[in-house]
Design a protein around this ligand. Structure first.
Ligand code: TXA
Ligand code: MG
Length: 322
């Protein structure tokens, strides 16, 4: 399907994206993790429009995208750990939660009224170019309606919003395929709020420190990262985890070379059992198998190592989600 608002990420269209953003419009753009729905983070009306279009609960704050460390320092109070992590992993799939800086002009709505901001410097060339051309930090949640699987291609984005967006910049399929890792650096100890594209192991090595996991905001505790609500990544078809014997009316989401038979349909995330390949294919596969044709999406066990942690996190949410 050819669509008017899907355009390749050429220099001309990157400039157009920046003009639209400065004018308060929303633009979908590629990042190395998933496609983002981007707006000028300093524009209250534009940020409000993100929440409205996504149908996102307003207590769930947005990630602020910057072009480099200097731009981040204008928005948040920097510290030693932030410096170490940004030097190692930026640009890249790592989001840092820090105290909002006095100098920040980011809309309070983007941080859901809180006194912290989540900042990330994306590695995708097109995202970098749009931020620099717009000259403002961009609020950019994943470009999907709230509660649905994140998009990793322009077709997914168009499937979510149709022609309701002024522009969907096409930068190809996202290389990583799961969202950024979110680390809270506001407390004494760094906290892992969301497993994602940069592994916990790599972050611990860079920090010379063990990452504590956030206690999930259940049972009356504070919800440190509201986006981690369990139902966040829900397809319409039920999801069944750790399946070794799929049923005849199920679709099988497989992993590795040894695939049990019996399912109606199989997508293998990685025949070689590679966590990176599996992450890059996860959301597209979930979209493809999300069909009334199947009684459930049966998922084979996937090892926790490396990006397996982020993959299993999204799958558990999908299974918990309806
Ligand atoms: O890979 C990504 O991070 C993608 C691409 C587009 O960059 N973006 C993304 O944004 O996933 P979003 O808005 O869908 O996810 C934001 C996550 C949520 O879990 C949210 O609760 C958390 O970051 N978050 C944002 N601001 C926060 C803050 N101030 N404190 C704690 N958590 C925050
Ligand atoms: Mg999202």
């Amino acid at each position: 399907m050819l669509s008017m608002n899907i355009q390749p990420a050429t220099p001309k269209n990157i400039e157009l994206a920046a003009v639209l953003i400065r004018d308060g419009k929303l633009v979908a753009l590629p990042t190395e993790t998933v496609y983002g729905l981007a707006a000028d983070a300093t524009n209250d009306k534009a940020v409000a429009e993100i929440y409205a279009l996504k149908g996102r609960p307003q207590f769930n704050p947005l990630i602020i995208h910057v072009a480099d460390i200097a731009m981040a320092k204008h928005e948040v109070e920097w510290n030693e750990k932030a410096e170490a992590l940004a030097r190692k992993f930026w640009p890249g799939a790592l989001t840092l939660v820090l105290p909002r800086a006095q100098t920040s002009r980011v809309s309070l709505l983007a941080s859901a009224g809180g006194d912290t901001l989540a900042v990330r410097c994306p590695a995708h060339e097109a995202a970098q170019a749009v931020i620099r051309a717009a000259g403002v930090p961009l609020a950019a949640p994943s470009a999907n309606r709230s509660g649905r699987v994140s998009p990793t291609t322009v077709q997914h984005v168009h499937g979510e919003f149709g022609d309701g967006l002024a522009l969907i910049l096409d930068g190809g399929a996202c290389g990583i395929g799961v969202e950024s890792t979110v680390i809270d650096l506001t407390g004494k100890e760094p906290l892992l709020l969301r497993p994602g594209g940069i592994t916990k192991e790599a972050i611990e090595e860079a920090l010379h420190d063990i990452l504590s996991l956030q206690a999930e905001g259940k049972g009356g505790g504070i919800l440190k990262s509201p986006g981690m609500l369990e139902s966040h990544y829900a397809p319409s078809t039920p999801v069944r985890l750790n399946v070794t014997a799929p049923r005849a009316d199920e679709a099988l989401l497989a992993f590795g070379p040894h695939v049990p038979s019996g399912a109606k349909c199989v997508i293998n995330l990685s025949v070689a059992g590679d966590d990176r390949e599996a992450a890059a294919r996860l959301f597209a596969a979930m979209r493809e198998l999300d069909s009334p044709e199947f009684s459930a999406i049966a998922v084979m066990p996937i090892p926790e190592a490396g990006l397996g942690a982020a993959i299993n996190d999204r799958l558990r949410r999908a299974a918990a989600g309806r």
